[in-house]
Design a protein around this ligand. Structure first.
Ligand SMILES: Cc1cn([C@H]2C[C@H](O)[C@@H](COP(=O)(O)OP(=O)(O)OP(=O)(O)O)O2)c(=O)[nH]c1=O
Length: 205
């Protein structure tokens, strides 16, 4: 078995987190030309009535399907593939990545002064097998003024992040309390990931 895994994620945070626990990895990303439509954003749309846990696990499975197809299409070495998806849930609603600044403002106003959940699903596919894990964390935001939200949105940080914030960035100043996995909130729960790798005989060094 190769001594590396493929990380099928465009998120630089996930690569940094994997590096943090010493896992050698190579990115397996869609290329602009050939890989649509399997990687289309449409795949990330929640189904009617779907709850956040089902949603995040389904999307992760779709990402894994797409990554396996990519690996086969490119005739790449048979290294294991790691895929993840992160979503924020509040009052039964799924808060994905904001579409624009207005959307980010709306999401942050909903999160302010409340507790929400951050769910990250992980899948490891190797040798025709697949193992999955789910990390669920609770995050409590302090009340936020409109000026604080506006300044945060203007920083550009909400862009590309579930729930329109990054706990690893300026939004750390909004977080009163967390219960769960800090790395999971950032997008890759390291404990669960290490467990999956261990089960596949790929324990991090
Ligand atoms: C809540 C939260 C989310 N996020 C990010 C992690 C994910 O990158 C993003 C959720 O989007 P995802 O769709 O999970 O991931 P992605 O599109 O960035 O990357 P890919 O699909 O290629 O794997 O939100 C943070 O960085 N910090 C946080 O505190």
């Amino acid at each position: 078995m190769p001594d590396f895994i493929y990380l099928a994620s465009q998120s630089p945070r996930r690569s940094q987190l994997l590096e943090q626990i010493g896992v050698r990895h190579v990115l397996l990303l869609p290329n602009a030309a050939g890989d649509a439509p399997e990687d289309a954003e449409a795949l990330e749309a929640p189904l009617p009535g779907e709850d956040a846990q089902d949603y995040v696990q389904r999307v992760t499975a779709l990402k894994t399907d797409a990554a396996l197809a990519r690996q086969a299409r490119r005739a790449l070495p048979a290294a294991p593939i790691l895929c993840c998806d992160t979503t924020v849930a509040l009052d039964g609603a799924i808060l994905g990545k904001p579409q624009d600044a207005q959307d980010a403002t709306r999401m942050l106003a909903r999160l302010a002064g409340r507790e929400h959940q951050v769910l990250t699903a992980v899948q490891l596919a190797w040798a025709g097998r697949r193992q999955a894990a789910l990390s669920c964390s609770r995050v409590r935001f302090a009340p936020l003024s409109a000026a604080q939200i506006d300044a945060y949105v203007a920083s550009g940080e909400p862009q590309g992040k579930a729930g329109a914030y990054g706990i690893q960035g300026r939004a750390a100043a909004f977080v009163e309390r967390i219960e769960g996995s800090y790395s999971g909130i950032m997008g890759l729960p390291l404990f669960e990931t290490a467990q999956l790798l261990g089960a596949a005989g790929l324990a991090p060094s």
